[in-house]
Design a protein around this ligand. Structure first.
Ligand code: UD1
Length: 418
């Protein structure tokens, strides 16, 4: 188990380049299966989750070559359709491979996916969407089998705008007969990135970014090169860390349009923000003001930013309330923040954060990816040393997190001994 050791008290200052989006890369890497050929991707983050995705693709028979943030995937020799149990458990996003496998080969076998412990995270909406498309899903000893003779375009209305279910429904429909319409679709920017990638590959998809997406099935796809969009959650994380340390930071390689709800809340808390085409400058105030937050599907405030905002608000002036509407276990990290002297109480879906003057370094444990980042954020403003354990969660989703923070003046190191 690795840990971050953080000595608090330094302001973050300088420039930081935001990496490519984790949540775009994973479905796009999966989507490469749909074309029996080569996909070249740029700006892919070098993180544990993308590595695991390559590992799964290799076990299916694909080749993956990687140089820095460029990845070349050749899927022409895929000859297995079963996602290994162990890899499936390591990462929830592996479920996204099912839509691509069944879309191209009309068969896929997998087990229930793993990932961060932030809630029950069922996959019923994915399976319902598959069944609507004529795919038979059956379960046997925890394994799920998806098979069909052909996929026929259909109308799919999602009970909830699930990001993963929207992506899986798109992937399964790209090579179908006829047209699929997804209503109550997720509107996240990552869905638009997937649409843009697939259309460049020869698919016919429109509507991503709205609640209705139309996929006209095509017979064949072609080799493609694609540049992954910037990671909006990594951008939000650095903005919060700059804001809470009274810092002065410029983010480069960002799409400000994707983080409007984050910018709005940071301004409400007293940060000064200047936005340009692909850069954002932030100056944090001496003392942040308390704010209220409700997580919602996009374009609402993202659940992935909730823990980091929680860490940011522990020393704000006044009482903040965060309401979590997407994942029920995302408040686990608040107990860890309390070990550092924060005053947070949880009542169902709400966390009430009473601002304190100071928090103090402690040994705290990451329980999920964004929660882990929140502990690092808290460590930056804590008096003394914070040891954040179990940071494998953070390595899943942030590229060179410690290096980027060091370049901004933070005192942070990784320790592998603990
Ligand atoms: C994706 C993101 C994750 C983000 C989340 C919400 C990736 C790799 N992960 O996760 O970082 O926090 O969107 O923005 O892109 N649900 C069901 N049944 C289903 C599917 C989902 O009930 O079949 C529920 C979930 O339990 C949750 C809600 O729908 O309460 C949203 O989940 P979903 O949008 O599917 O999130 P993910 O795609 O897993």
């Amino acid at each position: 188990m690795s840990s971050y050791i953080i000595k608090g008290g330094n302001k973050l200052e300088g420039k930081v380049k935001i990496s490519g989006s984790k949540n775009s890369s994973l479905p796009i890497i999966a989507a490469s299966i749909l074309n029996a050929g080569k996909t070249t991707l740029y700006n892919v983050p070098n993180i544990q989750d993308t590595q695991k995705m390559y590992e799964i693709l290799r076990t299916l028979g694909a080749t993956v070559e990687k140089k820095n943030n460029k990845v070349i995937i050749d899927t022409s020799k895929i000859d297995k359709y079963e996602i290994p149990d162990l890899l499936m458990h390591k990462m929830r996003s592996s479920v996204i491979l099912v839509g691509a496998l069944v879309g191209r080969y009309h068969k896929a076998t997998f087990s229930y996916p793993g990932g961060c412990d932030i809630g029950s995270r069922p996959i019923d909406l994915h399976l319902k969407a598959f069944e609507k498309l004529g795919i038979t899903t059956s379960q046997n000893y925890g394994n799920i089998m998806c098979t069909c003779d052909k996929i026929k375009g259909e109308k799919i209305n999602l009970d909830f705008p699930s990001v993963g279910a929207t992506e899986n429904a798109i992937l399964a429909s790209v090579l179908s007969e006829g047209t699929t319409t997804i209503t109550n679709a997720a509107q996240e920017p990552e869905i638009s990135d997937l649409q843009n990638f697939l259309n460049k590959m020869g698919a016919k998809i429109k509507g991503a970014g709205t609640t209705e997406i139309q996929i006209e099935g095509v017979k064949k796809l072609k080799d493609v090169s694609y540049n992954i969009m910037p990671d909006r959650i990594e951008a939000g994380t650095f903005l919060c860390m700059a804001g809470m340390t009274n810092g002065n930071v410029e983010l480069q390689n960002v799409n400000p349009n994707h983080i409007i709800p984050i910018i709005t809340k940071l301004e409400e808390a007293g940060c000064k923000i200047e936005v340009e085409k692909s850069t954002i400058k932030i100056i944090g105030p001496k003392k942040l003001k308390a704010i209220d937050i409700k997580t919602m599907p996009y374009p609402g405030f993202p659940t992935d930013m909730q823990s980091i905002f929680g860490a940011m608000l522990v020393t704000a002036k006044g009482t903040s309330v965060i309401i979590e509407n997407i994942f029920e276990n995302r408040f686990k990290i608040m107990q860890e923040l309390n070990k550092m002297g924060a005053r947070i109480t949880i009542e169902g879906k709400s966390a009430v954060i009473r601002g304190v003057r100071k928090i103090y370094g402690a040994t705290v444990n990451a329980t999920d990816l964004r929660g882990g980042a929140a502990l690092v954020a808290a460590g930056l403003i804590a008096r003394g040393i914070t040891i954040a354990t179990n940071i494998e969660f953070v390595l899943r989703g942030y590229e060179q997190f410690d290096k980027k923070l060091q370049s901004l003046g933070a005192n942070i190191e990784i320790s592998k001994e603990i």
